[in-house]
Design a protein around this ligand. Sequence first.
Ligand code: PLP
Length: 388
Amino acid sequence: MIANRILGVQRSPFYSIMDLAAKRPDCIYLQLGEPDFVTPKHVREAAKRALDEGHTHYGPDRGLPELRQLIAEKIKREHGVAYNWADEILVTAGGQAALHVAVMALANPGDEIIIMLPHYPPYVVNAQLSGAKAVFVKLKPEDNFVPDPAEIEKAITAKTKLIMVLTPNNPTGAVYPREVLRPLLDLAKRHDIVLISDEVYECLVYDGAKHVSLAAFPDAREHVVQVNSFSKTYAMTGLRVGYLAASSDKIIQFLKYHHTANISANVPSQMACVEALKGPQDCVEEMRRAYQERRDLTVKLLNDIPGVHCTMPKGSFFAFADIRELNIGSLEFAEYLVRDAGVVLTNGSGFDYEGFVRVSYAAKPENIKEAMRRMKEAVIRLRGKKKA
Ligand SMILES: Cc1ncc(COP(=O)(O)O)c(C=O)c1O
């Protein structure tokens, strides 16, 4: 009864952890890619106003003109490149829908999509659903999970259509420098490949690190599709607004897919995004600073745990901790932590990367402290058991 294309998609291994955690009421969750801040008040008020004023109908399929204008202005202001709001921006139901639309509209069955490991799992599902083959390139902890363009180029074949590029990164927290992004664009041009540039964590960079957008290179237009979102920057994951910025010939094709799936993005949410872009930006900086403090706390406490090592991530809100010294599979370890300590984090194997676990520090500092205390004790018990 069910189509093979979806039957072939594995249920995310994260669910087994969640199912286990549901049995223990005192769990602390360091698992989600979800800001724990409430959406800023002026943004919430704008959504409420939109409802009260009766903006409860379909919107233009490409997105509200005012929002697209503001997005184009933002890109110009931040990256110095002019995207035409009328035909080079498409507003979607979150960055997730933007990714899906772009891959479905660009990849043919039999094409290859290069995905770096560890990955954001929906990249693999999108490849599967499009009929394309995911080709993995494993990034190295000793390079701080920053790709080497020469290694990426080795994975390119005549069938390569897309490369997924994610900076700041989930799950590693890596931020790719210009010296890596420029050669990636050069190889995309040389081999006529499109880079899908997922920039949903663009505002979450620390220690003076700068987010470099692939879309900012003056010659990027034909080879870069920018995926972006309001979710993380304005802590508004539930309002579901993201966007695509690309050349008009691509956007018009993306639109067919988007229109079929969604008609338009949610209108009151788009009106909240208008307010988010027009209104004061100090909320963004306040949240960024808070994440930076939580990151420092998390990484320090992780490194206090015997056998666990974690380098300082430069962006997003994830730490990717090395547990190889513990000699245990990452899923088994994550399950052990739920059962033994009531701490929920994500096994690296869920990102096709063994020996590591992802810790989300989008959580209250007191919860981070308590989770790390419990985790340390659980690891000490685990090491004791292994020695015995
Ligand atoms: C790397 C990455 N891309 C895209 C998304 C999708 O975010 P949203 O659909 O909320 O914009 C997420 C969400 O966690 C993510 O981590």
